[in-house]
Design a protein around this ligand. Sequence first.
Ligand SMILES: Cc1cc2nc3c(=O)[nH]c(=O)nc-3n(C[C@H](O)[C@H](O)[C@H](O)COP(=O)(O)O)c2cc1C
Length: 152
Amino acid sequence: MSVLVAYYSRTNVTKKVGDEIAGLLDADVEEITSKVNYNGKIGYMRGGKDSISEKIIDLEPLKFNPQDYDLVYLGVPVWAGKAANPMISYIKQNEGKFSNVKFFVTAGGSGFEGTFKQMEDYVGKAPLKTLALKTKEVKNGEFKAKLDSFLE
Ligand SMILES: Cc1cc2nc3c(=O)[nH]c(=O)nc-3n(C[C@H](O)[C@H](O)[C@H](O)COP(=O)(O)O)c2cc1C
């Protein structure tokens, strides 16, 4: 089965999970990069505003076509209770190209359910599985114990 792990990560938390999953599954990795600068304090404010308004933005060129994969893992941080808008932009840009999806979401502690729902709406189909992870459990490595059931 061909697997792609596609994630957006501003501060490498979601990236840590995505790279771990890709390593375990020997999957291709698409790290989504935004042309809009969301770094620093101004970027944080912009990210909150753009996620609330579900702003579709330009992304740097992609390496892989999700249509070529049986399963795509989509990973995103919660921004202001929603999916970070670069991931929404990625899904929009690849509309209709996802066969099966699973979602993994990281957040300080809130907004998981709304983010899953929003992702499902944009992809247009229910995920096979979802995984909600707190930033802290990613940083300290505890998240690894939750991967087995998510990946199976
Ligand atoms: C603009 C912005 C808004 C955020 N909003 C939330 C939020 O509503 N709830 C929450 O629990 N964490 C929130 N966070 C924290 C991130 O979701 C969390 O730190 C995440 O693990 C970061 O992942 P990353 O390093 O992959 O970007 C927000 C972070 C940013 C930058």
